[in-house]
Design a protein around this ligand. Structure first.
Ligand SMILES: O=C(O)CC1=CCC(=O)O1
Length: 96
């Protein structure tokens, strides 16, 4: 199942810089591992914002939820999820 996910990152302005650095490094490591597994298909920066548009390919809504809540930055993100399905006019065979 494909999901479009918008993540807006809102770190407290007074967060310790070392803690922020570690959270971002841990987030990157987990995100790249999920990308290599094929579960985090796309990760795009939204220009001009500390936010991203992502596409996840997971087996269920539960798996998406479990994946999102384990992200190190989860406590500091606003997340919006939209389920995707194949568009009848798409020429891409790998759309699911
Ligand atoms: O920077 C972001 O948008 C949050 C994030 C997602 C994966 C990552 O490495 O950072």
């Amino acid at each position: 199942m494909l999901f479009h996910v918008k993540m807006i990152v809102k770190l407290p302005v007074d967060m310790d810089p070392g803690k922020a650095f570690k959270l971002k490094a841990d987030e990157k490591e987990l995100a790249q591992s999920l990308m290599r597994e094929g579960k985090w298909r796309h990760l795009w920066r939204i220009a001009g914002h500390y936010a991203n548009y992502s596409v996840f390919d997971v087996a269920s809504v539960q798996e998406l939820h479990d994946t999102l809540i384990q992200l190190p930055l989860f406590p500091y993100m606003e997340i919006e999820v939209n389920a995707l399905c194949r568009h009848p006019s798409s020429v891409h065979d790998d759309d699911r």
